[in-house]
Design a protein around this ligand. Structure first.
Ligand SMILES: [Zn+2]
Length: 165
């Protein structure tokens, strides 16, 4: 099938796919991550167990499941938000503000540290479609269960009557 054919009505080939990532650490192991949105995912991510690199393998076996409900503890891809980006941006600015070779205080002239944290986070978030890995909590699972149950065509009849909803 052509790439366009696989994409169908979706923008990215890996939209809502369950994907296999293989750890390249000393004790190789696999993890299935679900892409919870129609957006790109990175080829390489960090292993949560051993901090080695994990690579997306067996692309042809990616399985698209838009109404998948991930389990608590599963890792999934979401769109990076400002809230999620801020802690990492803060750490990054701490580390590089007075760096001997690439000081952020010089790259972002006229900014306070705190403004620089916001600017960095905004860079990472971009237009809102950049991927981020999160671990599913009870709360996130409940949100995905709700979303799966309201996917058009899976609604019970009483919810489908009328178009005003
Ligand atoms: Zn690992």
């Amino acid at each position: 099938m052509s790439e366009a054919g696989q994409r169908g009505k979706f923008t990215s080939a890996e939209a809502y796919c369950l994907m296999l990532y293989r750890c390249e650490g000393a004790e190789p192991h696999d993890e299935i991550l679900w892409n919870s949105r129609d957006g790109v995912t990175p080829f390489v991510i960090k292993c949560a167990r051993c901090e080695s690199e994990m690579k997306h393998e067996n692309w042809s076996k990616d399985r698209r499941v838009p109404d998948h409900i991930p389990e608590v503890g599963d890792r999934i891809f979401v769109n990076l938000t400002m809230d999620q980006a801020m802690p990492g941006a803060r750490k990054h600015v701490e580390q590089y503000w007075d760096h001997s070779e690439w000081p952020l205080s010089k790259t972002y002239p006229g900014m306070t540290r705190e403004e620089c944290v916001g600017a960095k986070a905004q860079e990472w978030v971009g237009d809102g479609g950049n991927p981020h890995v999160i671990e599913v909590t009870d709360k996130t699972k409940a949100e995905f269960r709700l979303r799966a149950n309201t996917v058009e065509g899976r609604r019970p009849n009483w919810m489908r009557s009328g178009r005003h909803a």
